[in-house]
Design a protein around this ligand. Structure first.
Ligand SMILES: NC(=O)c1ccc[n+]([C@@H]2O[C@H](COP(=O)([O-])OP(=O)(O)OC[C@H]3O[C@@H](n4cnc5c(N)ncnc54)[C@H](O)[C@@H]3O)[C@@H](O)[C@H]2O)c1
Length: 683
């Protein structure tokens, strides 16, 4: 057997080089939310395997001390987090100059990682969960320590390889190559199911990156405020008959969830001019949003919530009201008291309903957490029964005129999994979609994604708020509000962004833009970095976008040529971004909807003011969005065809998109009907 001493000698970067002695267990700060214990159900053999896996990071002389500690973590919390290796005290994304590193990218990614783990930003910071109940930066603190060290020594001639949170190592590349390539949770097809997934997580070989958690690009709930605001405004215009130049004044939006992403709903509905009631079972999350000013008031019972909402609707004033309780209880009240609701949605973590993402009716949040810890046998049935009741209530409300939409949290799929077949358009399975639309099917898809509008974002790495204000003004100058109503919405958004106090954590901004709009803004920012008007900037986006994500229940829900079950686009987006020199590229299984249900990719690009980065912007930024528009055009989505016709003209000689000829549906219907008739006649 190879001696551990020889293995240690062969590595310059390992925990033994980072610590002179075993670090003490850090104190857990009171009041910081902790992840619920994930169910422990590994076999005896797999338990030993999981420990052996975790000890791979640990110098042999500490194995005796740490093996029992890791076993205790695994059996009590369902995972080995390696708490002992967490740096003591709060973690924050600091100004980039305060980080050690041999290249700006290496330092910049440390800012992003630390921001993802900030007490004010992360959902369960001690368990490295940034948002979405299970979305982690990496699996454990040993990985965090090693990643940080690798980023400190990374040069422009190397690429850091990250596989499900594990830093595989540094490999020679070139300044034009990505500095970091990340994959998370990619599973071999026939094992890509819940059972194998849970085993892999507990074994410490899989990380659920969600979207921007594992891609290190999370910017707090602001990241989703703009998308939520656009969704609500456009739902109002498309479904409630509100004119394109007006907002949601006097209208009521009811939903649930004030967590990582869902916490944006209160802010978004107020920016859109409407009134929101948002149910939340965990008071600590209500408190966080109250402290940030993203929620205006709390109601302890549904009657109080609806009465307050009606008052603000009459005054046509925007207001965000949190209802402390279960969303199903809130809807029971609405049904029994005929409370009118204009727009209805849900943003509980339904991508992980049985792991704590969805609280059953009849128990409070604390009891839910106890049941999860003890692995209560009836928990699944309680969740399923609540989902079924939730569905019944939505049906009643929608029959009365409420517009309900699935907001990308896999709610409809969760209801189907709870045994409701009627929720499927074909009454059997989700292949033809569900009877309620997902917000991408008829709002975000045709109105935004098909044109290439998506969640472009940036972080001012200096940490200075004046840099953010300068970038806001510069971005505003790049938008022509007269081109389309979408541009006018985006213009208004960025004009008011500073005033709306959206920043939580680092100085970051989200701004929906189309492919060439993103390029124009990126070039402008890089120029501002060059002239030292601002410090370096990290560009990125959410994976919830035109081109980066294949997700039939969400981002690609309005792809109707049968290719919605394919994941070629996201894979190409990832590979194409690597080929064009993005600083970071990421590809994940699961995204916001759950394992096996999506493949999604993201990027990060550090603007250092160089000409090299100008070239990357010109090549990579349009590709990142247009790959998605091209795919949507090929699926015959009209706005995408128009966008590609224009793009082929503008970029003639460099880019060229294949466009579909459109068949006459009448011709096909007749032809196919005739053929089927003959087939039937011939037996
Ligand atoms: N549409 C989008 O653009 C988008 C973007 C990101 C995430 N998502 C999805 O939205 C979901 C929520 O994301 P998140 O980051 O806010 O997750 P989260 O887990 O931080 O928040 C969900 C919240 O719902 C609350 N909750 C659970 N069951 C409840 C119930 N029955 N009644 C009332 N409150 C309840 C939880 O206490 C929690 O605070 C996830 O499934 C995520 O994948 C959607």
């Amino acid at each position: 057997m190879i001696a551990n001493a020889d293995i240690a000698k062969a590595m310059q970067i390992h925990l033994g080089t980072l610590f002179d002695e075993l670090p003490p267990m850090p104190e857990f700060v009171k009041g910081i939310r902790r992840a619920p214990a994930r169910q422990f159900n590994l076999s005896q053999k797999d338990t030993a395997l999981s420990l052996k896996n975790a000890l791979r990071y640990i110098p042999a002389e500490w194995h005796r001390a740490l093996a029992p500690e890791f076993l205790e973590e695994l059996m009590r919390r369902g995972r080995v987090y390696g708490y002992r290796f967490r740096p003591p005290g709060p973690i924050k994304g600091r100004p980039v100059d305060e980080y050690e590193g041999r290249c700006i990218e290496g330092k910049a990614f440390q800012v992003m990682i630390d921001n993802n783990l900030d007490f004010e930003v992360a959902l369960y910071p001690y368990e490295l969960v940034t948002y979405g109940e299970t979305g982690q930066v990496c699996q454990n603190w040993m990985q965090y320590r090693l990643i940080r060290r690798y980023l400190e020594v990374l040069t422009r001639e190397q690429t850091l390889v990250m596989a499900s949170g594990h830093p595989v190592g540094l490999f020679a590349s070139s300044p034009e190559a990505p500095r970091v390539i990340i994959t998370n949770a990619l599973m071999v097809g026939c094992f890509d199911d819940q059972e194998n997934w849970h085993r892999a997580m507990a074994l410490g070989v899989a990380n659920y990156g969600q979207m921007t958690a594992g891609g290190w690009m999370y910017i707090g709930p602001q990241g989703i405020v703009h998308g939520t605001c656009s969704t609500l405004l456009n739902a109002g215009r498309a479904k409630l008959g509100i004119p394109a130049d007006q907002d949601l004044a006097g209208r009521l939006f009811v939903t649930s969830g004030l967590g990582g992403m869902s916490g944006a709903q209160g802010k978004a509905v107020v920016i859109a001019g409407g009134v929101g009631i948002i149910a939340e079972v965990d008071y600590s999350r209500i408190q966080t949003r109250l402290d940030q000013g993203w929620i205006d008031q709390v109601a302890d019972n549904p009657a109080e919530a609806f009465a307050a909402a009606a008052d603000y609707q009459r005054q046509r004033r925007g207001r965000a009201i949190a209802f402390y309780g279960n969303v199903v209880d809130l809807l029971e009240y609405a049904v029994h008291h005929d409370a009118p609701i204009d727009l209805l949605s849900d943003q509980t973590s339904c991508h992980a309903v049985y792991e704590g993402g969805y609280c059953p009716q009849g128990i409070n949040f604390e009891r839910r957490t106890e049941l999860l810890r003890s692995g209560h046998a009836g928990f699944k049935e309680m969740v399923d029964a609540t989902l079924r009741r939730h569905y019944e209530l939505i049906k009643i409300l929608s029959d009365r005129g409420t517009y309900f939409f699935d907001y990308g949290n896999s709610f409809l799929k969760a209801v189907y999994d709870a045994g409701i077949r009627d929720i499927c358009k074909n009454g059997e399975n989700p292949l033809d979609g569900f009877i309620f639309q997902s917000y991408v099917e008829d709002i975000m898809g045709p109105i935004l994604f098909d044109y290439g509008y998506g969640p472009f974002r940036w972080v001012c790495l200096s940490g200075r708020d004046e840099d953010l204000a300068r970038t806001d003004r510069a971005a505003m100058q790049c938008i022509d509000p007269g081109r389309r109503f979408q541009d006018r919405d985006n213009y208004n958004w960025i004009r008011d962004a500073f005033k709306n106090r959206l920043v939580v954590g680092t100085q970051a901004r989200i701004l929906y833009q189309d492919a060439l709009g993103r390029m124009k803004i990126a070039l402008k920012f890089n120029d501002m970095v060059r002239t030292e008007e601002i410090g370096p900037v990290m560009l990125g986006r959410d994976h919830h976008d035109t081109g980066g994500t294949d997700s039939p229940f969400r981002e690609t829900a309005n792809i109707r040529d049968g290719s919605n079950i394919m994941a070629d686009m996201a894979t190409h987006c990832f590979a194409g971004n690597a080929a064009r020199g993005m600083s970071l590229v990421a590809l994940h299984n699961g995204g916001g909807v759950g394992i096996g249900k999506a493949v999604n990719g993201g990027f990060g690009l550090v603007l250092d003011g160089s000409e090299r980065v100008d070239h990357v912007i010109r090549r990579a930024i349009p590709w990142d969005a247009m790959g998605g528009v091209a795919r949507r055009a090929w699926a015959r989505n009209e706005a995408s065809i128009e966008t590609c016709i224009h793009y082929n003209d503008l970029r003639a000689g460099s880019d060229h998109v294949t466009l579909p000829y459109l068949a006459d549906e009448g011709l096909l219907e007749g032809l196919v009907a005739e053929a089927f008739k003959r087939m039937k006649e011939n037996g």
